[in-house]
Design a protein around this ligand. Sequence first.
Ligand code: ZN
Length: 441
Amino acid sequence: MTETAITKSEKTTTALGEQMYSLMTELFPICRSITGDGVRQTLDIIKKDIPLSIHKVPSGTKVFDWEVPKEWNINEAYIRNSRGEKLVDFANSNLHVLNYSTPVDRSITLSDLKEHLYTLPEHPDWIPYRTSYYKEDWGFCMTHTQFQKLTDDVYDVHIDSSLEDGHLTYGEYYIAGELPDEVLISTRVCHPSMCNDNLSGICISTYLAKELRRKKLRYSYRFLFIPGTIGAITWLYVNEAKVKNIKHGLVVSLLGDAGGFTYKRSRQGNAEIDQIVEAVLKTKDTSYKILNFSPYGDDERQFCSPGFNLPVGSIMRTPFGEYPEYHTSADNLDLVTPVALDASMQMLHDVINMLETNKKYVNINPKCELHLGKRGLYNMVGGEWAGRDYQLSLLWVLNFSDGNHSLLDISKESGINFESISKAASKLFEHKLLIEIGHDS
Ligand code: ZN
């Protein structure tokens, strides 16, 4: 597990963290899956905050090597003993049912029932989260404590679910910026009652979109709220023509726990988004981890498949599988804190600010140094940035603004922080000493 970046004792929080946490609390009880009413209810709630377009793709649609599955819905499920007592009940936790279980209604002996039960002996009071999307099966997940109480009896197992032709539903929100070039922000909406996985990504994406829509933006932003794997495959299949506009992207997930940040690079490895996230994480006081791309994990697997190879990285705190509560009932409202959500949001803001301002310029007077003093740019005593960094930033920006170096490149080359470099560039631009390039379109 990554080192703890946020201590549990940390009391301070912000209004934004609380708002995201309150959206999480509203979404928590819903039984989501890769298709079905739970996804639609979730998207309808997000729609109260941002004007999401909701898209439906019919079951049976071929999407690359896959097929949109039948739609799954569930009303109730339980295991009842011969005395009529319900021992496990979906009404108490939607994790109790193997997600995508086929309907079942029959009596069964304990030994036959055991074939369909899932527990976590190492955490006897937690319910595991298990799915069977692509193999028709049924099952129950329960605490190991509940399991140990099962006696030799004949049980009634009842799962009132349906697996029928319907749709895969996803939400999409596009914010038009000055450029057609897009930043993709993708998050999953397929997990039932768990918080860090997926709800932290949903809440952060929603509030980020809500905030960005009020801003004047250079890039356009596309937010996707999609079911895991099949949702990304379906979106890419249906929207292949739009993919060329995606210049940067992030899969956001697992951003509400107390761990330090983890960034998984895009398959390209040194894309602008990779450099920017790393540069932002470096400015934070907390520990962080950078991972190289691997074809295992979240939906970056699809965005970074070789036929697309998009510059899409994955930002999270503790990676999946590395915190004990992962995919269990303990990934709940106690695991996630408003403070962690807020700090994650701040980090994403910083990433977007850097993306928006990481331009390339050309110095229009490249022969010898400019006479900065004459232009009031040298040693502005009492001026805004009349410090050594500022003076040096002016020189670095002028020298390296040859159309090939971005401001981040200049910041790295000079060792001066991005903010100073960016401020110096704005000042020089204001004085009409630089022209901006890099607008591909
Ligand atoms: Zn998951």
